[in-house]
Design a binder for this molecule. Structure first.
Ligand SMILES: Cc1ncc(COP(=O)(O)O)c(C=O)c1O
Length: 426
């Protein structure tokens, strides 16, 4: 089957996806049996995935009017929206609040919108959440994305802006702050990070005497990474902290998984189409690009396996699998599983993308069997922040398949000029 499909393409393994979804719900049920899952659209808003999450009962966690519109287009009602982020649209903001969906306020502008809305609908009662910006780095030194520099979302707890916003909201007669949003991105994605975020929820609840119907911890979990935490590691620690100030009977736990849910189940299949030697370096040209799997160009390593085209190779399940190289020391070095082949070893092969950008070099393949046209390089753990961030640069979006058992179904066809020119005049 593999041979007949034109590369490059993404594959989502439905069984693995379901495994991770079930792992999340099982862990939540076991530790805090009153929860909501908001699937992070920005992480991957492929229509098939969005629809899959809807069928599982997840809310649509959206952060813009476009994402909101997509959620509505895909059948989510306003009540099934979890609206976050600094760039909401006023019309959708109002629609979600009027329908009883979840809105986490991020700015003073949104406080003003809410004030206007409450004036317009004096007989309605509005329940909102508020996003706290707080110094997580102090609680978890070296673990956060922003380090000593503050994050830029929500209302800052330490400077008193959070208290100011709360005071304004409390003066609105038909508004209650019933939710607290604490999403914070971290490099470590550790259990310690989530324990600290839960601790912060308690601190804020106690300090401001909030009566919260939900605590929203956001996303940022690990999933499917060897040696790293999984959902069952996070929620006992989170629940232990939350129990100090909250109970599952009164307060929902909201989680907004993105990458942890969809990375492990997704691969990107590429082929070598050419090789060339320039000044002692073998360049291996492939039909995938760094833009497909690392569009923000921040990855220092890639997880992949190789499928050599020639019959000198053994099966991946044979004992001839040599293991990962050190992926961290050299930004172009890569953790990989190699299928054995009798081909000669080459000192330095630079596996590159199809684009005309010099930076489109994906990884350095050192002292490894020679790669040849027709070989396939299958990148693993590529479900998050890849498809949704892909540019339409030189090549259009690749196809996406879903693997269910032995069946591969195309759920997005490769884009062609037809999709590219839609809505254009010339
Ligand atoms: C508010 C919010 N929720 C959820 C997520 C998803 O995070 P992740 O994909 O790391 O789980 C993000 C990502 O930045 C976010 O900003």
């Amino acid at each position: 089957m593999k041979e007949t499909i034109q590369t490059p393409y993404f594959v989502i393994d439905e069984q693995i996806l379901q495994h991770y979804y079930d792992m999340l719900t099982d862990s939540l049920s076991a530790n805090w049996d009153n929860y909501l899952i908001g699937y992070s659209f920005k992480t991957n808003s492929l229509p098939w995935l969005v629809s899959y999450m809807k069928k599982q009962g997840a809310l649509a966690e959206v952060v813009s009017e476009d994402e909101y519109s997509l959620a509505r287009y895909m059948g989510f009602s306003d009540e099934q929206i979890l609206y976050n982020g600094p760039y909401k649209g006023e019309a959708s903001f109002r629609a979600v609040l009027l329908a009883g969906g979840i809105v986490n306020l991020d700015s003073m502008q949104e406080v003003r919108w809410l004030s206007d809305l409450s004036d317009c609908f004096p007989n309605n009662h509005f329940q909102v959440g508020i996003r706290a910006n707080f110094n997580l780095e102090q609680m978890c030194p070296g673990e956060t994305t922003m380090g000593e520099v503050s994050g830029r979302f929500g209302f800052c707890y330490e400077t008193g802006k959070f208290a100011d916003a709360l005071a304004i909201l409390c003066r609105l007669p038909n508004v209650s702050v019933t939710g607290l949003h604490l999403h914070s991105s971290s490099k470590s994605r550790s259990v310690n990070i989530f324990r600290s975020i839960a601790r912060m929820a308690c601190r804020i609840q106690e300090e401001f005497d909030l009566d919260l119907s939900y605590v929203d911890l956001g996303g940022g979990y690990c999933g499917g990474m060897e040696g790293r935490p999984e959902y069952p590691d996070y929620f006992p620690a989170i629940a232990q902290e939350l129990h100090r100030c909250f109970s599952p009977e009164r307060t929902k736990l909201i989680v907004e998984p993105g990458i942890s849910m969809i990375s492990k189940c997704t691969t990107f299949v590429t082929s070598v189409f050419d090789t060339r030697d320039i000044k002692g370096t073998r360049y291996v040209m492939t039909d995938g690009s760094r833009f497909n799997i690392d569009p923000t160009m921040i990855k220092s390593s890639h997880l992949f396996h190789l499928q050599y085209t020639q019959d000198t190779c053994m099966d991946a399940s044979s004992s001839n699998i040599s293991q990962a190289q050190d992926a961290v020391a050299n930004p172009l070095k890569t953790a990989a599983i190699y299928v054995h082949t009798d081909r000669p070893l080459l000192a330095k092969q630079v596996v590159s993308g199809f684009s005309c950008m010099e930076a489109d070099r994906i990884f350095l393949h050192e002292n490894q069997p020679e790669l040849m046209p027709g070989d396939r390089i299958v990148y693993e753990n590529v479900g998050g922040y890849t498809m949704s961030l892909n540019p339409l640069f030189i090549q259009y979006f690749p196809a996406v398949y879903v693997k269910s058992g032995d069946r591969l179904q195309m759920v997005r066809k490769k884009w062609t000029p037809e999709e590219y020119v839609q809505g254009s005049l010339w």
